[in-house]
Design a protein around this ligand. Sequence first.
Ligand code: FAD
Length: 431
Amino acid sequence: MTTVKYDVIIVGGGLAGLSAAAFLSHKGKKVAVLERGALGGRAVTLKIKGFNFNFGAHAIYGRDTSVLRMLQKLLDLKIDWQDFNPNKAKYDLGDALTDVPANIQGLFRTKVVKGLDKITFTFNILKTMLKMETGQPHLSIGKWLEKQNISEDVKEMMLTLASSNFFTKEPEKIPSDVFFKYYQRIFTTNKPVAYIGGGWQALIDEFVRIIESNNGEIFTKTKIENVTCDETRVVSVTAGENVFEADEFVFAIPPKELDKIFTGSKVENSIKHYASYDPTVVLVYDIGLSERIETPYTYIYDKAENMFITDISHYDTTCVPEGGQLLQATAYLRDSDLGNKAVIDEYKAKIEQMYDKHFQGWRDKLVVPRVSTRAVVQEIKWTMNQQPMPLFFPDYRNLFFAGDWCQGQGQLSELSFSSAYEASNLILAKE
Ligand SMILES: Cc1cc2nc3c(=O)[nH]c(=O)nc-3n(C[C@H](O)[C@H](O)[C@H](O)COP(=O)(O)OP(=O)(O)OC[C@H]3O[C@@H](n4cnc5c(N)ncnc54)[C@H](O)[C@@H]3O)c2cc1C
C-alpha cells in the first residue's frame, strides 16, 4: 500500500475535474486528478476511420460571457473558437424552412412568429435583456407564460427556443428564473454559440498541459472506491491498494457515483437525494460521409419532432478526412422512452428521414454511422421538482463538489466549468 499527500485531490477527470485541477495548480496548489477510466468523461472524442466523433456537439453557448472564456484568459488556454453562423440556422416547419431567431436579425426574418406577435416576442426578449424580467424560482416558465396575455405563437416560440437550448422535450417545466437568466446571457452576447476546433479533445489536452506544467499529477484507470472521514473532514480516498491523502477534496463525479462512495458518511442522505434525480437524456445519431453534401444551412431544427442536425465539419474541419463531412443528429428523449427499443427505433427512423430530406444522397456516401441511444447531456435535469446540487454540505469542511449536476451558471458544460471554478475559489479563499 502506498500513501501520497497532496494539497487538493480532484476525483473525476471530466471537464469539471480537469478545469478545477488546471485552475488550482495554476494558483500554486499541488493537485492530483484521480480518474477511473480515460480523461474527458462525457466530453469524449472517438476517432473512427479518420472521423473524430465527439460525444456531443462541443457547442459553447454565450461564449463571451462564459466561464470557459474567463478560464481561457486566466490560464492562457489555446482554444480555436469557431463561431456558429446564425444566418445558417433554420427551423424546419414541415412545409417550409425559416430562420431561427438566435439573434435580432434572425428574429425579423423568421416566419415562426408574425406581425404583432413578432413585436410582442421582441418586447419579451428586450425585457429579458434589460433585466426587467427575472422570473421566479417557484414558477415554471410554462406557468409564467400562461399568466401573460400573449398569443399561442409567441408562447410556442419561447418554448421552442428553450427546448433547443436546454436539450429538453418538456421546456415548460424549466423554472422561470433559470429561463430568464439564461436568455439574458445569450441575447446580450455577440457570439451566441461557438464550437471548439479539434473538439473536446483539444480542450482536454490544454487542461492537461496546464496541470502538468504546474507539477500536478494525473492518474487514469484509478477508480475511487472508498472515502475515510473523521468528525469534520475527509481524510483520504482509496483506489485498490493506493491511499491518497489531501487537505482538500473536490469530487467531480456524478451523484449516482458519489452515492456508492459516501455510504455510511455524514453526507450519505444529502447525496442520496440528488442521486435519485433524473438526467437529461438524448439520442445521438452521427454520420461520417466520404464527400460533402452542400446545403444553405449548417443547423436545422425540426420543430414538430424536437430533433436537430448540425454540420459539425462545417465548423470543425479537423474532424473529417479530406473532403468528408460529419453530421450529428440529436433527438430529445422523454424519461419513459428509455429502454423502449420500439420507441428508440422510431426515433432512429425519423432521424434518417430528416437526413433524407435535408442531405439527399447521404446513404451512398456513408462511411461510418454512430448511434448512442442513451447519452446523458446533463446529469440533473433542471425542472420545478429537481434542483442542482450545492457545492458543499456543512458536514465536512474540506469536501467540495463540481460537475454539471451542481449549482452554477448556464447549462451543460458551462455548469461543469462554473461549479469547478466556484469550488476552487472556495478552497483558495481559505488561505
Ligand atoms: C450527446 C451529448 C451532447 C452534448 N453537447 C454539449 C454541447 O453542445 N455543449 C456543451 O456545453 N455540453 C454538451 N454536452 C454536455 C457535456 O458533455 C457535459 O456537461 C460535460 O462533459 C460534463 O462534464 P463533467 O466533468 O461535469 O462530468 P463527467 O463528464 O460525467 O465526468 C465525470 C468523470 O468522473 C469519472 N468517475 C466517475 N466515478 C469515478 C470514480 N469512482 N473514481 C474516479 N473517477 C470517476 C468518470 O469516468 C468521468 O470521467 C453534451 C453531452 C452529450 C452526452
